[in-house]
Design a protein. Structure first.
Length: 259
């Protein structure tokens, strides 16, 4: 089979919480809840050849996954699993998909995490069913309102100790934080670029973390953000930082439909 793909118009976003070091490439859900099985049908797990989960991603068509650029690994050493709820159990709903090619955004800066977005073309299309579906993308000019409640999901660490990943998919609801507040001297002090969005609580306690990188931040059912980076996990005054998907809508369209 060859991949011929169609995208559904949707949301806008920004990017979330991962640290600059390679050792913290993964990220986690803290202060959240275990989701109802297969209720978030568009999320995928990026795994090593040995089956170890290292990042999340989102299925945006039958043939394409979007994730964070800092999740990049060799295509022949990566497996993408859709239709998964528990990482430790074989549930019979999983689809194991191989990547054909990875497309890192040309302006991605590993030091600043700007343009932290990557597209993965699948060798064969995913089968859409009651366990696997796609998420809509935002329009290029879509804007998130400050305070809007969004949801971030993943299999990352479930507590701030950072020792053990969650076996089951978890989610947490977080509000969008004003850029000026997130970029203030008491927070990220100018590190938030025009391609990022912040989401979280001022008092901390709820966030993404190791194991969640590349995963979805959805608002009103649309993929507004990609888990990217942040200071620690669920720390007060330091919300999660996400890649803003809407800013890259034209680039996504160009890659998906013209390559």
């Amino acid at each position: 089979y060859r991949c011929y793909c169609f995208l559904f118009q949707t949301i806008k976003s920004r990017f979330l919480f991962c640290s600059a070091g390679q050792e913290n490439i993964n990220q986690r859900i803290i202060g959240g809840y275990v989701t109802a099985p297969y209720s978030i049908k568009y999320i995928v797990s990026l795994k090593t050849e040995r089956g170890k989960h290292f990042c999340g991603g989102s299925l945006i068509s039958r043939c394409w996954v979007v994730t964070a650029a800092h999740c990049k690994a060799a295509a022949d050493q990566m497996m993408i699993v859709a239709g998964e709820h528990s990482l430790s159990a074989l549930e019979g709903t999983e689809q194991h998909l191989r990547p054909a090619r990875l497309y890192v955004h040309p302006r991605y800066n590993p030091a600043t995490k700007d343009a932290d977005i990557m597209l993965i073309k699948l060798r064969k299309p995913a089968l859409l069913n009651r366990f696997v579906s796609i998420v809509a993308l935002p329009h290029q000019r879509a804007v998130l309102e400050d305070g809007m409640i969004c949801r971030v999901s993943g299999w990352g660490y479930a507590d701030n100790g950072g020792g053990v990943s969650s076996n089951k998919l978890r989610s947490v609801k977080v509000p969008v934080v004003p850029v000026l507040q997130c970029n203030s001297s008491g927070s990220y002090d100018g590190l938030i670029t025009a391609n990022m969005i912040c989401a979280g609580y001022g008092q901390g306690g709820k966030d993404a973390c190791q194991g969640d990188s590349g995963g979805p931040l959805t608002c009103e059912g649309r993929l507004f953000g990609i888990v990217s980076w942040g200071r620690g996990c669920a720390e007060a005054k330091f919300p999660g930082v996400y890649t803003e998907v809407a800013k890259f809508r034209k680039w996504i369209h160009k890659i998906v439909f013209h390559l």
